[in-house]
Design a protein around this ligand. Structure first.
Ligand SMILES: NC(=O)c1ccc[n+]([C@@H]2O[C@H](COP(=O)([O-])OP(=O)(O)OC[C@H]3O[C@@H](n4cnc5c(N)ncnc54)[C@H](OP(=O)(O)O)[C@@H]3O)[C@@H](O)[C@H]2O)c1
Length: 504
């Protein structure tokens, strides 16, 4: 047991004000202790700098997640002073570092969060339209959204009205164009079919003015909702507005004036509750259990899909698509280099080690996911159903590591505890992409006080069945490419060609 000095809330507050001002390059007088820290535009790296300074002061490592549960300096200082006087710190000899282990996030009842505004009621009759002329799409500036746009442009003649966060239409248009360019999708001939709609999921009515919202409500024939804030570090409270309330606003649009089929990109994460561990879950199984979903992002996906289901029970034609981790394009290897798999590979290569964990790599190529979403969305029989875009034959994580090694990269497999200790002791700056993921990789949860990666070990995960999805895709010529040497070669070549990975 270590001994440490205790600090008052006032002294911690003064310390935080001075360091926040320093990080932001402003005067201390400009810092309002009641202002939400998010409003200072603090990014993950800046937050980590403040956490490190606090660690020096307090003599123990405060959970970075505290920043999001106690989002202003006044509340955070109060919480830290309690922690500082609790004499709660233990030295974890296995990890070789000090961690505050008594952090308990506020109790969250996800079932109670799943309440859809009662005024959201589908108006009028539902008519199935297999070839909508006007489509409203969210997430078009993101990864999967770009590939859904590609597919919709190729298989239909629809005009796509894309929700974009931007200050004006020109900026919105170029944001969409740049994103499509980045994924090798953009063609000038598509320009007139991609219309930016400036807005924001986290605003009432999507931040769209009443007249434009009404016009969209009257003229749109179908909706694809792919946007979400993907962040493995933030808690539910920081993601709720965009992911849960944003979904509610898109459902409002779907129901207003005329009924529009609603295609929702969910996630297999809705089955992350410990109740499903080791159990086979099928596409039409209910997912009422939520206890034991710890990741804030997964919690928002659970609640958001519940809202979509409620809208379905009120008569909205809904179809739900649940992808696993989405990997690169199977033909070109083009991928989102900021996603978890790629950051993990790059970060582990920098560390020179990879955690030896029993984990199946259930990743599906983005082209398989987008083609399936669009094909299934055009089938009348899909209405009211959920689909699992799970890879039919997941590979073990070890096979991925072997493949990376076969390219000449040096990577040793070490026990998970040892790897965690290396992460704590050696990954101490944002130069390693795992630095900002440290809260996700190290934070301890549940009565067992284990980390999120521990919670995702194979034995604790559900077995996601995709039998009904494969059945529905029969006759479409859409096949999920195997995770074999050809696919991994395509992926690695792309990452090396673009300079994301450097051969030694
Ligand atoms: N990637 C995966 O491995 C994976 C796995 C399972 C499920 N999913 C689901 O698939 C969907 C797409 O994921 P992705 O990988 O394409 O994510 P992504 O690349 O991070 O894209 C997210 C999109 O959502 C938009 N967005 C976020 N907050 C918004 C807001 N407040 N208002 C308007 N738009 C907002 C982003 O717009 P900006 O450009 O303005 O940020 C971006 O277009 C998500 O629903 C996700 O939950 C993804």
């Amino acid at each position: 047991m270590n001994f440490k000095q205790s600090y008052t809330a006032e002294s911690i507050q003064a310390f935080l004000v001075s360091h926040l001002a320093e990080v932001l390059g402003v005067e201390t007088a400009e810092i309002d202790v009641h202002e939400n820290l998010e409003n200072y535009g603090l990014d993950s790296a800046q937050a980590m700098i403040i956490i490190s300074k606090l660690e020096e002061l307090l003599g123990f490592k405060p959970s970075p997640i505290l920043l999001w549960h106690y989002p202003n300096i006044a509340a955070l200082s109060q919480r830290l002073s309690e922690e500082s006087s609790d004499n709660c710190q233990v030295k974890d000899v296995n990890l070789g570092a000090n961690f505050s282990v008594n952090f308990a996030p506020p109790f969250l009842d996800l079932a109670a969060e799943a309440v859809l505004d009662p005024t959201i009621q589908p108006v009028g009759n539902t008519v199935f339209i297999s070839h909508p002329k006007n489509i409203f799409l969210t997430g078009g500036t993101g990864y999967l959204g770009a590939f859904i746009i590609k597919e919709l442009l190729e298989v239909s003649e629809a005009i796509l009205y894309c929700l974009v966060r931007a200050s004006n239409v020109e900026e919105g248009k170029s944001k969409l164009e740049n994103n499509l360019q980045q994924y090798g999708i953009w063609q000038d001939k598509y320009s007139h079919r991609i219309i930016p709609i400036i807005g924001d999921l986290s605003q009432p009515h999507l931040g769209i003015n009443a007249e434009q919202f009404q016009n969209l409500a009257a003229n749109i024939d179908a909706i694809y909702h792919s946007a979400a804030l993907l962040n493995y570090v933030y808690p539910y409270s920081a993601l709720k507005t965009a992911n849960v309330l944003g979904t509610q606003e898109v459902l409002r649009l779907a129901c207003q004036t005329k009924v529009k089929p609603f295609h929702y990109v969910s996630s297999v994460a809705v089955f992350e509750s410990s109740a499903y561990a080791g159990k086979l879950v099928k596409e039409d199984d209910d997912f009422h259990d939520w206890e034991g979903i710890f990741l804030g992002y997964s919690q928002t996906k659970w609640v958001a899909e519940k809202l979509v289901k409620i809208a379905g029970s009120r008569g909205l034609p809904i179809t739900i698509y649940r992808p696993p981790l989405i990997s690169g394009d199977s033909k070109t290897g083009i991928c989102n280099t900021h996603d978890f798999i790629n950051l993990m590979i790059k970060g582990c290569l920098q560390m020179g080690s990879f955690p030896d964990v029993d984990y199946m790599l259930d990743m599906s190529p983005v082209d398989y996911v987008s083609k399936s979403v669009v094909y299934l969305s055009r089938q009348k029989t899909s209405v009211g159903k959920a689909f699992h875009l799970q890879h039919p034959q997941p590979a073990s994580l070890i096979s991925l590591v072997d493949w990376v090694r076969s390219f000449g990269f040096s990577l040793k497999m070490i026990p998970y505890q040892e790897w965690q200790a290396e992460l704590i002791n050696n990954v101490t700056s944002p130069d390693n992409p795992l630095y900002t993921l440290r809260p996700f990789l190290l934070e301890r949860w549940s009565d067992e006080q284990i980390t999120i990666p521990d919670l995702y070990l194979q034995a604790r995960r559900p077995i996601i069945s995709c039998e009904k999805t494969l059945e529905a895709l029969k006759g479409s010529l859409i096949v999920c490419p195997p995770i074999d040497s050809q696919l991994l070669m395509t992926y690695t070549s792309y990452l090396v060609q673009t300079g994301f990975l450097t051969l030694v």
